[in-house]
Write a protein that binds this ligand. Structure first.
Ligand SMILES: O=C(O)c1ccccc1NCC(=O)[C@H](O)[C@H](O)COP(=O)(O)O
Length: 266
């Protein structure tokens, strides 16, 4: 079994437990459920956007512990103040050390900033949770879902005014997963089965992503030069976690990167 299969297996057990603890109709009563969302795709389309989606991630299967000495409110607020276009908050506990409170606290500190619930979504219930906890965007990973599931979950999320980021890693996943119920398409430079990272993955797939979707490059990004190269290729979103989180003050690492960015539209 590869790591993705292990994560999804564990996730399905967690979801059964969560449903037994809190019924779906109770999630709909959470105060955040009725808030108007912040648009990540809208932010990334703005001319003056940094395009950076800054991630709060304590640990990962590929890197182990990255940073367990920081507070989510402090880090996400510093990210937003340093110019992040959006935030990504891991809510998976077992493999990434996150939880629902991380998302709720990030929302409380950043009422106006788009926030992605970064998790392994395989069930409508998790989309209700995302809305109830204050997310604006959900992630659908093509490697874990059938095309029918992606369409169904995307439509369900958009019916709750959540945006949908589809994540793919190769051409086959991209071709079978596109549908009208998506707002952003992300190319993960990390192969989630082998952990190999290559930015060439984003560069090779960009032309095949229809322009109606905002294009996001994910994982393994750290240099201004690479971000400029991806921007020139057509990407408008850059999802970065470890490069910031491995430093003592992640917001300062983001500020340093943003200081070097200069986007030129050809
Ligand atoms: O990061 C991992 O090890 C990982 C393993 C299995 C499934 C997903 C995984 N990561 C999720 C992500 O896609 C990244 O957190 C995100 O793109 C940021 O990547 P990075 O900047 O390299 O931290």
């Amino acid at each position: 079994m590869n790591i993705l299969e292990k994560i999804v297996l564990h996730k399905r057990k967690e979801i059964s437990q969560a449903k037994a603890n809190i019924a779906a109709r109770e999630l709909e009563l959470f105060p955040a459920f009725s808030r108007t969302g912040n648009s990540l795709s809208g932010q990334l389309r703005k001319e003056n956007s940094t395009g950076i989606i800054a991630e709060f991630k304590r640990k990962s299967p590929s890197k182990g512990t990255i940073n367990d000495r920081v507070q989510v409110e402090e880090v996400t607020l510093a990210y937003a103040q340093a110019g992040a276009a959006g935030l990504s908050v891991l809510t998976d506990e077992e493999f990434f050390g996150g939880d629902a409170d991380d998302l709720k606290l990030a929302r409380k500190s950043n009422p106006q900033t788009p926030i992605l619930r970064k998790d392994f979504i395989v069930d409508e219930y998790q989309i209700l949770e995302a809305k109830a906890w204050g997310a604006d965007v959900i992630l659908l990973i093509a490697a874990c879902l059938s095309p029918e599931e992606i369409k169904h979950l995307g439509q369900f999320a958009q019916s709750l005014n959540l945006e949908v980021l589809l994540e793919v890693h190769d051409q086959e996943e991209l071709e079978r997963s596109l549908n009208p119920y998506l707002n952003l398409v992300g190319v993960n430079n990390r192969d989630l089965k082998t952990f190999q990272v290559s930015v060439d993955t984003s560069l090779q797939l960009v032309e095949q992503i229809p322009n109606e979707f905002v294009k996001v490059s994910e994982s393994g990004l750290s240099s201004v030069e690479t971000i400029h190269q991806l921007y020139a290729a057509g990407y408008r979103g850059f999802l970065i976690g470890e490069n910031f989180m491995k430093t003592p003050v992640p917001g300062n690492a983001l500020a340093d990167l943003v200081g070097g960015l200069q986007y030129v539209t050809l």
